[in-house]
Design a protein around this ligand. Structure first.
Ligand code: G16
Length: 545
């Protein structure tokens, strides 16, 4: 077959053999499981990235990471030409290829090429990034093996945050218009926008705002360390959990803080100090603080979206161009946040399935699309038309209108337009707080979260649970949704749902109610219903806390 050396593919594929009986799915954010089971998937995703690159005639990205998962896991996802998540039809190809038996790899590749009308004669270019997991470097080499055996060219960026790889792909496919496809280009773009944006902010004391960052013992520590010298203006960072002692994501990081609603280990916090946590690949961020009475307050993705949307809405009113703004959330969004956005902020709110790929897609429907998952994963997208209008106003209008347009112009540059990005989000948040003169407590006081609890339940096969209505209703197994409905009725202001995770081998349970005790109790009762009706394994879920 022209364009494919089938013999070489067979030979190399045998060196990356698939474990017998292993079936994996391209899930919420690519393939994820124990790192020891992933060598064949990496090699095959190298092959697939070459086909996708030939088909789109663009550079494709491959990121080796399992983000928030434990250190022994790993994962891989492909990044499409505009820095977006892989198109759904190609997720199916990815699943087919990853699960093909050894003797079928060639025919599956040919089948994908035919179905997706890939011109095998074309060139292919793939860029690769990886996180700091001990397994990542070797797995990245397996990806490279897959790329080269299909004749693709590649650039290995080595250690990157996931959003940095998305940025690189976007830059490379827009002839540098979005920015320079180098790590220096990324830092320069963000730091310049941050400096411009915060120029007008009132300064206090030595002029530096300080922020404590828990880096989850991951890549964020390395990259924030590199970025600090670019941030000469206004922000001083103190980094914790930098990977020299603890394990990745263990008792620290954004997922831990959000799930357990406690501060990470290894962080020194004084009352009323603003602190934040990244996750293992630095695509999520949550903030928090202790109040003067020693109570812990979490400021999650919902409240980040609330702060950002209110700031953007003010600026949009100022420029008065009728640009529409929408906020996208998932079922995990706290009921109070949705009410605040709709009733106080008067912005339209939409709910999609979990996974930034779904939120990103929906946010593209607006001039200004704000999307955040409650877990702190999100960004803001500006349509091309909105961006052009804003740029024009920043040049041509006068006074307050011009000032607002200039701020928006810098905000567009500061937000990663390709993917949710903890570094970029952190800079936007810090800029808004500085410009508005807001303390972390004032931000927190925008609304009061309904008490909530998230739990995990282990079942034999999590796919027995299927859902509808943006994952808010369980369709199967029979009887589960009725059981949840009956439990929810027992509590005030309550809501609960369950869904199979797309990144871990567990079922997730979410409950909220009028008090923490009720939310905990409802979450526990729903977990028991899942355990009974969906084939729980191991010990029955114990009461929460
Ligand atoms: C990934 C996705 C997120 C999603 C999270 C949890 O995050 O990018 O959109 O919310 O997994 O997904 P699930 O509940 O299906 O396990 P990350 O930060 O791990 O890449």
């Amino acid at each position: 077959m022209v364009g494919m050396d089938l013999e070489a593919i067979t030979k190399h594929s045998a060196l990356h053999a698939k474990p017998n009986g292993l079936i994996l799915q391209y899930g919420t954010a690519g393939f994820r499981t124990k790192a020891v089971h992933l060598d064949h998937v990496m090699f095959r995703m190298g092959l697939l990235a070459v086909l996708r690159s030939k088909q789109t005639q663009s550079t494709i990205g491959v990121m080796v990471t399992a983000s928030h998962n434990p250190e022994e896991d790993n994962g891989v996802k492909l990044v499409d030409p505009l820095g977006e998540m892989l198109a759904p039809s190609w997720e199916e190809h990815a699943t087919c290829l990853a699960n093909a038996e050894e003797q079928d790899v060639q025919s599956v590749l040919l089948d994908i090429s035919k179905k997706a009308a890939v011109d095998l004669q074309r060139d292919a270019y793939v860029v690769i990034g990886r996180d700091t997991r001990p397994s990542s470097e070797k797995l990245a080499h397996s990806v490279i093996d897959g790329i080269t055996v299909l004749g693709g060219q590649f650039h290995d960026y080595g250690l990157l945050t996931t959003p940095q790889l998305h940025y690189m792909v976007y830059c490379r496919n827009t002839s540098g218009q979005y920015g320079k496809a180098t790590i220096d280009g990324y830092y320069q773009k963000l730091s310049a926008a941050f400096a411009e944006l915060t120029k007008q902010a009132p300064r206090s004391g030595d002029g530096f705002r300080s922020l404590k960052v828990d880096c989850a013992n991951g890549i964020g520590a390395l990259k924030l360390g590199e970025m600090e010298r670019y941030l000469s203006q206004g922000l001083s960072l103190q980094l914790f959990n930098v990977g020299t002692e603890g394990r990745l994501n263990h008792l620290c990081g954004a997922d831990f803080v959000k799930s357990y609603q406690k501060p990470p280990q290894g962080m020194e916090m004084k009352s009323n100090e603003r602190c934040c946590s990244f996750d293992g690949d630095a695509d999520r961020i949550v903030y928090y603080y202790y109040d003067a009475d020693g109570h812990f307050h979490l400021i999650d993705g919902d409240k980040i979206a609330a702060l950002i949307s209110s700031f953007l809405k003010e600026l949009l009113l100022e420029i008065g161009e009728n640009l529409n703004i929408g906020v996208v959330q998932t079922a995990y969004a706290n009921g109070s946040s949705t009410r605040f956005l709709e009733e106080v902020m008067k912005v339209p709110v939409y709910c999609t399935k979990t996974g930034v790929k779904h939120l990103h897609h929906k946010a593209q429907e607006f001039d200004v699309g704000v999307y955040f998952e409650a877990n702190g994963h999100g960004t803001v997208l500006f349509s091309k038309a909105a961006e052009m209008k804003i740029k024009q106003l920043a040049k041509e209008s006068k006074d307050e209108k011009r000032k607002a347009a200039k701020m928006l112009e810098n905000i567009i540059d500061l937000f990663n337009q390709a993917a949710g990005d903890a570094i970029s989000d952190m800079l936007v948040i810090e800029a808004i707080l500085a410009l508005k003169g807001l303390t972390v407590q004032q931000w927190d006081a925008l609304y009061t979260d309904l008490p909530n609890r998230q739990l995990k339940v282990k079942v034999a096969d999590r796919q027995v649970i299927s859902t509808t209505d943006a994952e808010r209703q369980a369709v199967t197994p029979p009887g589960l949704q009725e059981a949840i409905n009956n439990l929810v009725k027992k509590y005030k202001l309550s809501r609960a749902f369950v869904r199979p995770s797309g990144t871990e081998d567990i079922v997730r349970v979410y409950a909220e109610a009028d008090s923490q005790e009720s939310a905990d109790s409802l979450a526990h009762e729903v977990s028991l219903a899942v355990f009974q009706l969906a084939g729980g394994v191991g010990e029955r879920p114990a009461p929460c806390f």
